[in-house]
Design a protein around this ligand. Sequence first.
Ligand code: GTP
Ligand code: MG
Length: 454
Amino acid sequence: MALEGLRKGIFDAISRLKGKRKLDEAELQEMVRSLRRALQEADFNVRQTKEITERLALRMVEEELRPGLTLQTHALNILYTELVRMLGPAREIRPHGQTIMLVGLYGQGKTTTTAKLADWWRRKHQASVAVIEADVHRPGALAQLEQLLEGTGVPVFGDASCSDANDIVRRGLKLHANVDVLIIDTAGRHQLDAELVDELRDMSALVKASERILVIDAQVGQAAGPVAASFNDLVDVTGVIVTKLDGTARGGGALSAVATTGAPIIFTGEGEKIEDIERFESDRFISRLLGMGDIQGLLDLAPDDLDEVEAMRLTQRMMSGRFTLNDMYTQMDMMSKIGTLDKLLSYLPAGMMGGMGQMDRKQKEEMQENLERYRTIMDSMTEDEKNNPKLLRSQRIARIARGSGVQERNVKELITQWSKSRKMMKGIQGNRQMSKQMRKMMKSGEFDEFDMPM
Ligand SMILES: Nc1nc2c(ncn2[C@@H]2O[C@H](COP(=O)(O)OP(=O)(O)OP(=O)(O)O)[C@@H](O)[C@H]2O)c(=O)[nH]1
Ligand SMILES: [Mg+2]
């Protein structure tokens, strides 16, 4: 896990608030101080550190604590949104039809990353991939790339006896004109000197790359900012890959410095092996960092009355794509135990609340008020009717109303409620971030997505 030190620092800082629901000014200041230390140790710059901690302190005071939430979870949620905001939104990567040029200074991980990317495209998108070694300065670059890609079936084009990088590229482009994704490794320098500038400029014009990716070693810390800015001026960088995040405690500096230049970070390198590459999406990265990726973690922070298995079932139902009256029944039953759906969802990071945040408060209160009556009504239904509420036409509605001793109007309300809830569940499924998070939770809980006994 990258930024392990920061993770520990954050948890040490906010654990002061564990189990607490009342904010103590001295404790808040103490937490802010240790948080500031943790951020600075991860190399975030002074201004960013100040901004994050000040906003946290302010929001802790100003924002109302949601029911059932402890101050610790509240702080974690705020930190999540602030860190994600700082690192910027994720950038989509086109899965096919790419010609990619990697650029960067000496030893930053360009050659390794060329191989990682080739393998990533092959694995993730079943793309036909080829690579070109255009570094004519580093002895053994071609052999290094060939060795990295050994066994992957990705063809490597290069010419160790040729000293004209653009000649190699020209031949490589011709040879691999038909591949889906072509990746070109280039030479590095100690700094961006005139010779490299010329070579890269010519190559950039020749290749007409769909992506010009800058590779930066996380260990350079905040210096990554100026490097990103100067390469951006040169070749109009479309994305940055920050490598060696596994080997430094100072990765926060590189990530945030690059983010502030406006060049999007698209991958991170987190090890020397070919599979040690991760798509960079700040929300996922931060939720991983803050340990929010598994429901167990969330439940650890939840009050005792929240039953783990039932929460898991509810989550599973939300994602199953089916939503019968029985499902709604289960969901209502769950809500009656924990208070509101809102309460359960308050354990999710704030940024993932998406569609849920917009759910009408009145609608939720109504659902709870109606709970008992709905149960009675549903007890008068057949299994078929509960599984397929669309069967419920006027005759059946009349029968059910008689059987459960309510007005037909009440039965219709239940059906309307079902249709509203179903729409809401669809909304959650349509929310990419939330869906992903939910699926991950289910995976970590080893619950099968579709075959859970209810
Ligand atoms: N731990 C770790 N090591 C990495 C990572 N990426 C690259 N390396 C190592 O960093 C060293 C330099 O990587 P290269 O891929 O050769 O870097 P380069 O930018 O091509 O270097 P030049 O061609 O000399 O400019 C190698 O030892 C790699 O194994 C990473 O994400 N994590
Ligand atoms: Mg290299």
